[in-house]
Ligand binder design. Structure first.
Ligand SMILES: [Zn+2]
Length: 436
């Protein structure tokens, strides 16, 4: 058995790993490179797509599925296995990617090809390919997210995909993996634990309470998949603690995901499932208003507060949030609340450093609104959770993280007597130590 990383090696995006065992070649994820790494999407995969026998997907984030259409464009015709939730979310994610890509490296027909070859694989089911078997465990990162267990040639491999933040309440906790000969694990937050989630929620509610009480607007830049809905869930559960104000979901993509959620009930935590059982949708607070057209969104940016505005893009790389900020950042009564990761060098990081003025959509805007960063909303396991999930695993190869973070995790694993190394692009790792 052998695993070869072709992405997310000492970086966060582009997850794509080729598993070879029992004479089969199975691709685990086929993600897009994003941000600084974007140009790499145009480069060859590093293997021949026509020689891949099957694709298995861990979850619907673009950095795990975004190069799938390219795989079909380059001749792949085999099955794509994913949970039903992953398949449904992936359609929204890939269609949006096609719309916003500046240098498209696939077309509509390639996206359609992916869905023609999609096959469901649920938690606990076994996919048998000759003597190679694969199955999913709960990863708790997105609805339908999974880690992969592969068994063949007398060896066991576990691939983590992305592991969720166990402190949060919308999704189930990640399940513990079986003991494996090798674990290919993410290490996004390999260097630190997250702030306790209840404290994050209290801080979030305090900012909203204060801002809305003084008639201000709260701007929440958010990813359209999962984070926006999670914020709505918190507003649903805690609405009685906040001054009355409309909540605007100003993201058609987030609304598409929201509309899908009632079909995905069994993929959520028991707490969320209980609400649906009682006939309630806990992702739609009573004062929620969905903003559909771009014109309505622009008009909203001229309306007075109090209000909450949830809009994309989550990293301020574009989208409707920009005109809300352009019209709202000069007002000291308003608040900008970051609930997602802001990459170094991006507009979000620039605003967090609190300059006197910010350039937005070609205009200089004085920054007088308050700015808050709430790291506790992270959708990834913190270092403490990663260590617990990996406990007892003798051999770990780290992917999906910046090099410093992976090195910190390797160090922490070494202190526990666990052997860990950092993956390199295209460099295969052989798994020939049988389970003792
Ligand atoms: Zn992810």
């Amino acid at each position: 058995m052998r695993i070869v990383p072709f992405g997310a090696a000492r970086e966060v995006t582009g997850s794509c790993h080729l598993l070879q065992a029992e004479g089969r070649r199975v691709l685990l994820d086929c993600g897009m490179f994003q941000g600084r790494e974007e140009a790499k999407n145009q480069a060859p995969f590093g293997f021949d797509p026509k020689e891949v026998d099957a694709v298995v997907l861990t979850h619907a984030h673009l950095d795990h599925v975004g190069r799938l259409p390219k795989l079909f464009r380059e001749g792949y015709r085999g099955p794509v296995y994913a949970t039903r939730a992953t398949g449904l979310l992936m359609r929204i994610v890939l269609e949006d990617a096609l719309k916003v890509m500046e240098e498209p490296f696939f077309g509509e027909e390639d996206v359609e090809a992916v869905f023609h070859h999609l096959k469901p694989l649920e938690y606990g089911e076994w996919l048998r390919m000759g003597d190679l078997t694969l199955s999913f465990g709960q990863a708790g990162h997105l609805p339908g997210s999974a880690f992969v267990v592969a068994q063949g040639e007398g060896r066991t491999l576990v691939y983590s995909g992305d592991l969720g933040n166990r402190q949060k309440t919308v999704l189930p906790d990640p399940s513990p993996p079986p003991r494996a000969d090798l674990v290919l694990s993410e290490g996004t937050y390999g260097d630190r634990a997250h702030r306790p989630f209840p404290a994050t929620v209290e801080e979030f509610l305090a900012i909203l309470g204060e801002t809305l009480a003084q008639g201000g607007k709260v701007f929440i830049p958010s990813f359209a998949v999962e984070r926006a809905q999670e914020i709505l869930f918190l507003l649903y559960e805690n609405g009685h603690r906040l001054p009355k104000a409309p909540i605007y979901l100003d993201s058609p993509m987030a609304e598409r995901v929201l509309a899908l959620y009632p079909r995905l009930v069994r993929y959520f935590s028991e707490e969320v499932q209980q609400y649906f059982l009682e006939g309630k949708n806990p992702f739609r607070p009573r004062n929620l208003e969905v903003v559909e057209s771009a014109e309505a969104s622009k008009a909203l940016s001229h309306e007075p507060g109090p209000m909450v505005v949830i809009a994309g893009s989550g990293m301020l790389t574009g989208g409707r949030i920009l005109h809300h900020l352009k019209h709202g950042l000069a007002d000291p009564q308003n608040a900008l609340v970051f609930v997602g990761y802001q990459p170094r060098g991006g507009l979000g990081a620039e605003i967090i450093a609190r300059p006197e003025r910010v350039r937005l959509l070609g205009q200089e805007v004085p920054l007088r609104a308050s700015v808050h960063t709430l790291g506790g909303f992270s959708g990834h396991a913190g270092q403490d959770e990663l260590l617990e999930w990996l406990s007892g695993q003798p051999r770990v190869v780290l992917v999906h993280g910046e090099e410093e973070k992976l090195l910190a995790l390797r160090e922490a694993l070494a202190l526990r007597g666990q052997q860990a190394s950092l993956a390199r692009w295209g460099e295969g790792v052989s798994i020939n130590l049988a389970l003792g």
